[in-house]
Design a protein around this ligand. Sequence first.
Ligand SMILES: Cc1cc2nc3c(=O)[nH]c(=O)nc-3n(C[C@H](O)[C@H](O)[C@H](O)COP(=O)(O)OP(=O)(O)OC[C@H]3O[C@@H](n4cnc5c(N)ncnc54)[C@H](O)[C@@H]3O)c2cc1C
Length: 223
Amino acid sequence: MEKNIVPIKSIEFITHDVLKIVTEKPAHYNFISGQATELSINKPGWISKRNPFTFTSLPENNFLEFNIKTYPEHKGVTNELLKLKAGDELILHDVFGAISYQGQGVFIAGGAGVTPFISIFRFLQSKNLIGDNKLIFANKKKEDIIREQEFKDLLGTNFINILSDEKADGVAYGKITKDFLKLHIGASVKKVYLCGPPPMMDSILKHLSALGIAKKDIIVEDM
Ligand SMILES: Cc1cc2nc3c(=O)[nH]c(=O)nc-3n(C[C@H](O)[C@H](O)[C@H](O)COP(=O)(O)OP(=O)(O)OC[C@H]3O[C@@H](n4cnc5c(N)ncnc54)[C@H](O)[C@@H]3O)c2cc1C
């Protein structure tokens, strides 16, 4: 069982409730874009509490980056992360994760479920492979959209937002429906990548099945 103590290099908000945490990277630590690790805080009372978070940096970077949505009201790990500063330490455990890039397709994310796709899109950009990949990103409000400008720059019109709790210019409003998916996915889609909270995943998996997309072409991770 791997256990690596890493100092935090920087910690800052990138939305009203999402922290970007950059840490040192242990020399032998390897992952592929889309994978995650369990993370603990190296502080009395928190060492044995392990929560999963996804690497948003690239495997070849000499640092690790995480984008972490915080829930102060849970009084758990993410609330504790809010109290940390550069120089404080995290403990990283084994690397795992079900999502990896398996060819061009449509990525569908809900909230912090976008984190595996951040590393994957950065990987695709580094290899000049963005192509016609598409991201459908569901959030409650505009202020919740993680990495909005980066995805706009990378994907242009292939970056499609939908907001459930707020109307905004040029952005779809409501929950992701079968018709919404049909409009944006297209008949020739090869792969669909899906990551978000379980209720959203359940509903979208039903829509994808109704649209005739085979299970083997859907790459999923619950968050
Ligand atoms: C593979 C994987 C990768 C992930 N990667 C990321 C990532 O990169 N970025 C990211 O932001 N998130 C990610 N997540 C989700 C992330 O792990 C959780 O959001 C986080 O661990 C929750 O921590 P916490 O501080 O809220 O609560 P915890 O420390 O887990 O729990 C504290 C307390 O809050 C309670 N609690 C938990 N959930 C709720 C709730 N919904 N309502 C009320 N009380 C609750 C618990 O019962 C517990 O008592 C990932 C999840 C998985 C499975």
